[in-house]
Structure formats: C-alpha cells, structure tokens
Design a protein around this ligand. Sequence first.
Ligand SMILES: [Zn+2]
Length: 257
Amino acid sequence: MHHTMCRVQRGSFVYYTCSRLPVRHAFTTKAGGVSTGHCASLNLGFNRGDDPENVRENYRCLAKALGVPAARMTLTCQVHEAGVSVVTESEAGMGLVRPMAWQTDALVTALPDTPLIGFYADCVVTLLYDPATQTAGVCHAGWRGMAAGILPKTVEAMAGQLGARRQSLIAVMGPSIRQECFETDADVPTAMEALLGAAVRPFVAEKGEKFHVDLQGIGAALLREAGLAEENVIDSGICTMCAHEEFWSHRKTNGLR
Ligand SMILES: [Zn+2]
C-alpha cells in the first residue's frame, strides 16, 4: 500500500483515503451498509440483484458517515467506454435522486459539495482533484477504458472545460486488480498495444501462454504524459483480488459481484 493511503473505520464503515487529496473522499470496502446475501453488506450498485431500497439506505448511511450531501451524490453509468461528462447543477444527484440520463465512465465537476461516485470490483477507479481550482473528477477504467485513453481524456475535460491546472492536479488510482493477479489471454495486451502502441510493452509480462498486465503502470504513464507531475500521480498499491475479503472482486466472485 502506498504510504499516503490510510485505512479508516467510522461506525460500521471501513474505507481508504489518501492524505494527498485535500478534499472529502473515500475508497469504500464491503464493510458497512445493510445489504444481505451476495451483496453483503455495503453494495452501492443498483444492477446486482440487490433490493433498491437497501442500496438507497447504503448511500444515505455512507453520506452521513462521510459528511457529504446524499442528495447530490452523482453516479457514473459504467459501460467500459471513454466518454467523460461534466456535472453541472442540472445533473447533480443523477443516478440517485434523478434518473440516470447518461452512459459515462468518468465524471468531472467544478461544483462544491457534489460527490462523484465511481464503481470498482477489480477495475481501476481514479479520483482526481486540483486544489488550485477546486475541481474534481472520477474515472472508471478496466483494460478497455484504459486502452481507449479515458484517464487522459478525464484530465483533458478537467483542464479544457473546468480550467483545472495540470501541474497541480492530483490523481489517486484506487484499489484494483494488480499485475500479479490480472491474468489474461493474448487478446488483452494485443488490443491495448493496438490502441496505445509499443509503450504498453513494459507493462505486460508473459507467463507461459498467459499474460499479466500492469493496468496501474499504464495508467500512471498516461497521466504523466497528460501533464501531471510525477509526485501527483499516486497508485494506492492495493489489490482487490488479493484483498478480496475486504474489497469487491469481480474475478474472485466469478462475476457475481
Ligand atoms: Zn492481487
């Protein structure tokens, strides 16, 4: 785990924060919440067979624990593509108190008190914040989104549409499946190299007939290339598959969650 990451327990909730981000934020775990069965207990997804009332209650309790307004929590609708949406006043609360009207894996905003919510169960969710302009972003990237450049596109949206400054922008890549656990067939590194070029090669290890891809390494390289300072690109270092008792892992649960 990166030395700036902290494990926090508040009531029944356990979450991780990064001391470099000077804004309220959390990488949640499975702990806390009221969901049962395969969603026990902090399930925040409406599309996993959980009772929607339980999911809403989980958001209400989490917002209270974090000291953020539940009614302004704004959710991504993750489709493994590279779209980025700007959250303005008319979109605040989308996915929770307003119907979901976008399909977008990344959200950025200049609004205060507007929590942006991304979902991860092995995929890389990155929190971005520029203290100079108080602008924020959340970006979900599996290998497809990473290959499609959604991380630099999120930086572009923050800089181009919200005036964020690349030199002060901080990005924290959260708990996600790491190279030693992320075993793939040749299709994944081939598709990534087709989109990103030979630059991905140092991040792919061959093991027999299988491949292990370092998504966080690729993400960090893309963020630096997008103009972020090396010291402002932080990899949490936490593997969701290794730490599957604490975090949701898509692979560990065979896709159930
Ligand atoms: Zn692992």
